[in-house]
Design a protein around this ligand. Structure first.
Ligand SMILES: [Mg+2]
Length: 374
């Protein structure tokens, strides 16, 4: 009985992965490297499972906090436990350290991966079965040097992508309108989404959002700071383009508040915000229950987290707006997976093999690690 196998190994890497460009968002910038924490769980039969905590200090929290949550607080309640007790382990992890949702996502990913590998089932099968074999991919346009992004547009167009998300609100309104006009004119085949990452000042937010809405993007995401929920509700009421919540909604608790206050028409769902794959599914179902749409968002992730998100979305029919797992293909100088994260004709391909489907290359984790514990 594989469910009776005990977890005997717990390894954590804090890595810094080099990136190929600068990305500016309303809440901050990323340049040179992204900090990503990896977890490996080993079962007594010899199988391993991997998870990833992709933090961003200005958004979800720091990589150092993810590392400490796993290494110091979560490790003692995992080692020696049985794989079949996944729900109990996750419930204990939710109590032993507050927040640190990325660490909890890494833990659940690794538990599902090792169980899937032992039982020869893909992670999506452990999450209820799948509803799709591929997911439309959106790539973010977020370089302060727009010419560099135009070269990225040519590359993703040739690769078959047909969705972009324009990151706005980090420079000035004229820069946002100029880019929207240019993208609409030169790339009519692309669906455009807009994401402010909380970047607008409350005094001018409504006017600027309405200007941007005249370009008829699919949706406009999180124009104002996460806690300004009444303002989100006001903008939603005044704007005809759907308003998405991202930073305002981490897990199911925030989703309930968003529903009660009517702050959005849809929600960006990320396993790194919700604290795991099953909690992400809960957020999607809560949204769908009241007629809200859902999008598969992500952080600055590597391939392990992309795979976890892919399996989650593959088993969650309520997430209908595609995903943004572009970093492994278009942002990292080198991903950590043993074979490439698979994107074909603009769609992420859902793995059919056991566990997450692809394991990381441990030599790469060691190479990029500056702290490691076991
Ligand atoms: Mg966002």
């Amino acid at each position: 009985m594989h469910e009776m196998q005990k977890i005997v190994g717990f390894d954590v890497w804090h890595t810094q992965l080099p990136v190929n460009a600068r990305r500016d968002h309303g809440i901050g910038s990323v340049e040179h490297v992204v900090d990503v924490v990896f977890l490996r769980l080993s079962a007594e039969g010899g199988e391993c499972g991997y998870g990833e905590a992709s933090s961003w200090s200005v958004f979800t929290g720091s990589a150092e906090a993810s590392y400490a949550a796993l290494d110091r607080y979560i490790r003692p309640l995992v080692v020696g436990r049985r794989l079949g007790d996944r729900a109990a382990i996750m419930a204990d992890a939710s109590k032993v350290v507050a927040h640190c949702t990325e660490a909890k996502a890494a833990l659940e990913t690794a538990l599902l991966d090792v169980q899937g590998r032992i039982s020869q089932l893909p992670v999506w099968a452990l999450l209820g079965g799948k509803c799709r074999d591929s997911i439309p991919l959106s790539c973010s346009i977020a370089d302060p040097d727009f010419d560099k992004d135009l070269r990225l547009m040519e590359r993703i167009k040739a690769d078959g992508l047909r969705i972009i998300k324009l990151k706005t609100g980090f420079k000035d309104h004229a820069f946002d309108l100029m880019r929207l006009e240019r993208l609409r004119k030169d790339y009519p085949e692309f669906a455009i989404r807009v994401d402010y990452n909380q970047g607008l000042h409350p005094d001018t937010a409504l006017r600027q959002v309405l200007d941007v809405a005249s370009f008829e993007p699919d949706f406009i995401e999180q124009p104002v700071p996460a806690h300004l929920r009444s303002l989100m509700a006001e903008i939603r009421a005044r704007c005809e383009v759907p308003l998405l919540a991202d930073e305002s909604v981490f897990g199911p608790e925030d989703m309930q508040l968003a529903i009660d206050m009517q702050i959005c028409d849809g929600v960006s769902i990320k396993i790194m915000k919700s604290g795991g794959l099953t909690r992400a599914q809960t957020v999607a179902r809560m949204a769908a229950n009241v007629g809200l749409t859902a999008y598969g968002g992500d952080m600055f992730e590597a391939g392990v987290a992309h795979l976890a998100g892919t399996h989650m979305i593959a088993s969650t029919p309520e997430i209908t707006l595609g995903c943004e797992f572009y970093q492994a293909s278009y942002f990292l100088r080198e991903d950590v997976l043993q074979s490439p994260f698979l994107v074909k004709a603009g769609e992420v391909q859902v793995p059919q093999s056991a566990g997450l489907g692809i394991a990381p290359d441990v030599e790469k984790l060691d190479h990029y690690a500056f702290v490691r514990s076991k």
